[in-house]
Design a protein around this ligand. Structure first.
Ligand SMILES: Cc1ncc(COP(=O)(O)O)c(C=O)c1O
Length: 338
């Protein structure tokens, strides 16, 4: 017993000494392994092509099914990896980013995690600006990817203040601003990747989607996927989802507060064209939390609260459209991206 303990201490010290001697110059590693476009192609192997599942349930005593796209399988555990990588891919293609630029983004969370990881993998310094009331865990994950976090208080303008600060910092030059709320490549990322994946995954089992629903943060997901699926099936309905406690899409302005991180900020983003979308679906934040817990505890799907909201919305739509309908939604992130 004693010998075992001594051996354990010795091994820890030995490995500590060894680790201490290892230095990794990530800049040299990432710059030497590949050209920019090769690096982007390699990153695409870690982003997208996520699985889709058919979920069966009982609702109001009746059996039903919906289809869910598992976006928590992306590199950093959220759908935002697609948008971040696509925006950088396009920026390198059209020359709007330089290898030495600092990436600065105002974000409420997952986007910061995606740009921190993917921006770093591309060799950039990354600054993330976010309201100071967001979860410490999210900030720790972003810092863990080597990004710098700048927080903005309610008095300094909160979310809109974060966007203003990012624009002011860009005025100094050598900065790339992804601007996910207004960048057309945000929705295009989903039109070119998530939408086709959903369509072909259903096609493989002989189905066509009748309806698609997704919570709106920037609106890139619902607009981009909607655009692609409508092109393939003009009869499809595309539904944005909002928290019932904070119905910004329905009212047109910020009202109430809610607990579904990642959706329904303080305004309707310019990417969202409500006249191109069908009826807005609502989910209460309490139901979304319980559904996310059920998905994890009963099915092993370790997903976040907005996934719970999307599943609630999809079940409501499937109830309306009938038991044979093909309603699709997204599980946008993992329950570790809190
Ligand atoms: C957890 C989560 N769900 C949903 C969304 C909404 O995605 P989009 O910005 O494409 O509307 C986001 C966006 O940040 C998110 O973080």
């Amino acid at each position: 017993m004693n010998n075992g303990k001594v051996l354990f201490v010795f091994m820890v010290i030995a490995s500590f000494v060894r680790l201490d001697k290892i230095t990794i110059d990530m800049e040299t590693v990432t710059k030497n392994i590949a050209t920019t476009s090769e690096r982007i192609q390699r990153l695409w192997q870690l982003v997208g092509n996520t699985p889709m599942l058919e979920l069966h349930y009982q609702y109001k005593g009746k059996p039903g099914r919906i289809f869910v796209k598992c976006e928590h399988y992306n590199l950093t555990g959220s759908i935002k990896d697609r948008m971040a990588l696509y925006i950088l891919h396009k920026a390198y293609e059209n020359g709007s980013i330089q290898p030495t630029d600092v990436i600065i983004e105002a974000t409420s969370g997952n986007t910061g995690i995606s740009f921190a990881a993917i921006g770093k993998a591309m060799g950039h310094e990354v600054n993330i600006i976010m309201p100071n009331w967001l979860s410490k865990e999210r900030m720790d994950i972003i810092r863990g990817f080597g990004a710098r976090i700048i927080t903005v208080s309610k008095e300094e303008g909160g979310f809109l203040g974060s966007i203003r600060l990012s624009e002011n910092m860009a005025a100094d030059g050598d900065v790339f601003l992804p601007q996910q709320f207004s960048n057309c490549f945000n929705a295009e990322a989903h039109e070119r990747t998530t939408g086709p994946e959903i369509y072909f995954q259903l096609q493989q089992i002989g189905l066509l989607p009748d309806a698609f629903v997704a919570g709106v943060g920037t609106g890139g997901t619902v607009m981009g996927i909607g655009q692609y699926l409508r092109g393939e099936n003009p009869a499809i309905t595309i539904h944005p989802l909002e928290p019932s406690e904070s119905p910004t899409l329905t009212t047109g302005y910020k009202t109430g507060s809610h607990r579904i991180q990642g959706i329904s900020d303080e305004f309707i983003p310019s990417i969202v064209q409500l006249d191109q979308l069908d009826e807005t679906v609502q989910a209460s934040d309490g139901d979304a939390i319980i559904m996310a817990q059920k998905l994890s505890a009963e099915l092993g799907l370790a997903v976040g609260i907005s996934s719970g909201a999307n599943v609630v919305g999809a079940i409501k739509l499937a109830e309306k459209l009938g038991s044979d309908s093909v309603v699709v939604t997204i599980l946008p992130d993992s329950n570790k991206n809190i």
